[in-house]
Design a binder for this molecule. Structure first.
Ligand code: HGY
Ligand code: MN
Ligand code: MN
Length: 423
């Protein structure tokens, strides 16, 4: 295996030009994007992306949950190295989250197709496996809950029928959206042999340390709950206070408690309630029901269990105080699971040959690679986020870092296509 060559300046330029084009889909005019799964903007960007893949000789396919694949067949009949991320975004969010990893995956494949297709490749440089570029459907889980939906169905974590039947707040189903847009494929998708994903860090660790590449070793744990607070509708003026069973008062007590719970475990527990639906949400009515999504992230499984105990106690206290009933359903969870250490070593060898500053790092956010690493050996890489900002229109990563990440991803995928981690 020859040392890892750098990508050409022409490749970097082509990538940055395509990334600028990609940023126009769902552009908000404030530097961000709004292209939630199955939206018109998401459909448009998926069609543009299919064209880009086909222009470079990749075959485009979709599986039964609308995951988009660009197949680069190098070794007929061989399984595939998966490389990709997600194009869908949160509402009014950043244009780097997910989209960077999808486009970097495409240009890594284009670069390797050029390198190996030119006929100049020596015998030992020829790949043993194929490469497939992946745009996973609905990683963000904003319009359709849960997140990481496409890769969860692909890896068997979530049932296909359940996913297709999932509806958005307006009652439109995943199956409807994908069917109408022509993204519902018939098959299960290509057979994976290994996987790589690159993503913005969405935190400040790399930037604070002055490092360019993050070698992701494991995930924080995540527990996401749908919490329902049920009270009784009443006149907001005439009803005497002692008769009220105010669901919004109960929910508000929980919002404050959840936020303060994180302060008991600084740097170890992150909590948020970002979605809250009030019924009937009328100015002259005491709310009878509030549904909210409670998101817990934790770097220590014991602390997560302790936090859950505190929450159960608080639910009981809120029921007493506000005269309501509190129930919760687990909607999505994953543990503190490591990526394959051999994959981290592979990434460390490539980054050493390319000469980029780097460090090992955990991921707090979820990614499609969290699902894929349970199926095949998976390498997860980060590039820095400016000031750690993400899920925000001000999300930013410097061009030099985007290009360094593309260099890294190309080097890692080349090794995987030669059989690293599997042969
Ligand atoms: O849930 C997550 O962390 C991801 O951003 N969907
Ligand atoms: Mn993401
Ligand atoms: Mn995200």
């Amino acid at each position: 295996m020859t040392a890892t060559p750098k990508i050409s300046p022409a490749r970097a330029e082509a990538f940055l030009a395509d990334f600028t084009t990609l940023g126009t889909f769902g552009a908000t005019g404030r530097g961000g994007v709004d292209r939630q799964a199955g939206s018109d903007a998401d459909i448009a960007q998926r069609r543009w992306f299919a064209g880009l893949l086909e222009q470079h000789g990749l075959r485009v396919e979709y599986d039964r949950i609308g995951n988009q694949f660009g197949l680069l067949e190098l070794v007929p009949g061989a399984p595939y190295v998966f490389v990709g991320s997600h194009l869908d975004s949160q509402p009014t969010a950043g244009k780097f989250d997910g989209a960077y990893g999808v486009l970097a995956a495409a240009h890594a494949a284009f670069e390797l197709a050029e390198r190996w297709g030119s006929g100049s490749a020596s015998e030992d440089e020829k790949p043993r496996y194929n490469i497939v570029v992946v745009n996973w459907f609905n990683e963000e889980g904003s319009r359709f809950v849960p997140s990481m939906m496409g890769s969860s169905v692909f890896t068997g974590v979530l049932g296909l029928d359940e996913a297709l039947a999932t509806t958005d707040p307006w009652g439109i189903s995943v199956g409807d959206v994908l069917g109408k847009a022509g993204f519902l494929g018939g098959g299960d998708g290509p057979t994976p042999v290994s996987c790589a994903e690159i993503h913005i860090e969405q935190g400040r660790i790399l930037e604070n340390a002055g490092n360019t590449i993050g070698l992701v070793t494991a995930t924080w744990a995540a527990s996401k709950y749908v919490v329902t607070v049920e009270g009784a509708q009443a006149h907001s003026g005439a009803t005497v206070m002692e008769d009220r069973q105010d669901a919004l008062y109960g929910a508000a007590l929980l919002v404050v408690f959840a936020r303060q719970l994180a302060d008991r475990f600084p740097g170890v527990l992150h909590t948020a309630i970002g979605k809250l639906d009030v019924y009937p949400n009328s100015p002259v009515v005491v709310a009878s029901q509030v549904t909210l999504l409670l998101d817990l992230r934790c770097s220590d499984e014991g602390v997560l269990a302790e936090a859950n105990r505190y929450l159960e106690e608080q639910f009981a206290a809120i029921e007493q105080t506000a005269g309501v009933r509190v129930s919760r359903r687990l909607s999505h969870e994953w543990g503190i699971n490591p990526y394959q250490p051999a994959g981290v070593d592979l990434a460390r060898s490539v980054v050493g040959e390319l000469g980029y500053s780097n460090q090992e790092i955990f991921t707090v956010a979820g990614h499609d690679s969290v699902n894929m690493k349970e199926k095949v050996p998976t390498v997860m890489l980060f590039v820095p986020s400016v000031e750690g900002i993400s899920h925000n229109e001000a999300e930013d990563t410097k061009d030099d870092d985007l290009v360094a990440g593309l260099d890294m991803l190309t080097g890692v995928v080349a090794r995987l296509a030669h059989g690293a981690l599997v042969d």
